[in-house]
Design a protein. Structure first.
Length: 79
């Protein structure tokens, strides 16, 4: 997943601090350290077949505002 944020005054021209996580079968499976910047990315390798949900947590005072975002999916060897 790649996202591009709008600049933030609180972030001194960078984007807001964001922490990505994902949920599988109703459970929080993994969370990542907060990232700062205007262009952020996250790679997830699904170990089991099913529905995965991305979570995005704001780690700044400003609301999260994405300019653009893309999710890429590759099917390969999932159980």
């Amino acid at each position: 997943m790649d996202v591009e944020e709008y600049p933030s005054e609180d972030g001194f021209g960078n984007g807001q601090g964001i922490m990505f996580c994902f949920i599988f079968k109703g459970m929080l499976m993994e969370k990542h350290e907060p990232q700062n910047g205007l262009e952020l990315s996250l790679a997830l390798t699904a170990k089991k077949e099913g529905e995965y949900y991305f979570g995005i947590v704001g780690a700044s005072f400003d609301p999260i505002t994405f300019k653009e975002g893309k999710i890429y999916v590759e099917a390969d060897g999932v159980e």
